[in-house]
Design a protein around this ligand. Structure first.
Ligand code: NAI
Length: 284
């Protein structure tokens, strides 16, 4: 099966990066978000990212225009034409993803593969909302998508070998390195990363150290490129909380209990870099 036309759903930080990577690798990309405002901002964001490539002489102006011409913003899912692959990158909530996949199952042609960029939710459960679980798969990109090499590919219980192979090859065509992972909460990446981030938030909550110092310990002492609290802000504190809740529910072990301070920040709307304020403050 040859993938040519891709539909990316969710024009947030991940969806935009995913759209950009597919566009620059010669795919035609339709982009949908429930917020039209978000789509408008998203197109301007991708344009700005590509202009930077032109400034760095990594791409010519003509090439950049060709890449932008492969982007088709759509205002309704029923306007998506001839889609071979959907990559969903909306909010990390099972109810939202299941209802979206149910709708996609009805709207998309029978051959279309439905992939989700979920960071932690069970693929098998998302697939169960459709009549084509053999064509549902996890395609987990890392943030920022144009920079990070890894794609975790997660098979649901019913995902076919053929669909796995197509997604593996597609990831390689995007110049990424695919890694196969079984369908367990948090997969490999967030099962290891997110408890570390949550523990960093506990050290702040318990007054063990100042936020700058917690980050300094992990950067200077463990050679992490970014401290865990800054990383949480970059990921989005709402996403961090959803992932911890998935791990806590999925494994039933209190070692995954989300830190109350994380819950408090999310309730306050301090969601991290994307809103300008989390553990630290950012220019919007
Ligand atoms: P975000 O909050 O930046 O963007 C989410 C977008 O989805 C928003 O623009 C929102 O308007 C849209 N949306 C929400 N519900 C929708 C619906 N029903 N239909 C259409 N659009 C809808 O979130 P972000 O960070 O881009 O995360 C998206 C997904 O990617 C989540 O599942 C997250 O777990 C996953 N992910 C996030 C990473 C990160 O570092 N932030 C890394 C890897 C995966």
């Amino acid at each position: 099966m040859d993938i040519k036309n891709v539909l990316v759903i969710g024009a947030g930080q991940m969806g935009l990066g995913i759209a950009q990577v597919f566009m620059t690798s010669n795919y035609h990309v339709s982009l949908y978000d429930m917020s039209e405002e978000q789509i408008k901002k998203g197109i301007a964001f991708i344009d700005k990212q590509l202009n930077r490539q032109v400034e760095k002489a990594a791409m010519t102006k003509v090439e950049k225009d060709e890449v932008m011409n492969r982007l088709y913003p759509i205002s309704s899912l029923s306007n998506a034409a001839q889609v071979d692959l959907v990559v969903e990158a909306v909010v990390e909530k099972m109810e939202v993803k299941q209802s979206l996949f149910k709708e996609l199952d009805q709207l998309m042609p029978p051959h279309t593969i439905l992939a989700t960029n979920t960071s932690s939710l069970p693929i098998t459960e998302i697939a169960a909302a459709t009549s084509r679980p053999q064509q549902v798969i996890g395609m987990h990109f890392m943030n920022p998508v144009p920079v990070m090499k890894l794609v975790e590919i997660i098979r649901g219980l019913a995902t076919s070998d053929e669909v796995y192979k197509v997604i593996h090859e597609t990831s390689e065509r995007l110049n990424k390195v695919p890694v196969e992972v079984e369908d367990f909460p948090g997969f490999v990446s967030n099962r290891i990363l997110m408890p570390m981030v949550n523990e960093a938030i506990y050290t702040l909550y318990e007054g063990v150290a100042r936020k700058e110092d917690i980050d300094a310990v992990m950067k200077l002492g463990m050679r992490h490129p970014m401290g865990p609290l800054t990383l949480a802000d970059f990921i989005g504190l709402d996403t961090c909380l959803f992932i911890m809740e998935t791990l806590h529910k999925g494994f039933g072990d209190d070692k995954y209990r989300p830190c109350p301070l994380l819950r408090k920040y999310v309730k306050a709307g301090w969601l991290g870099k994307k809103v300008g304020r989390g553990f630290f403050t950012y220019d919007k």
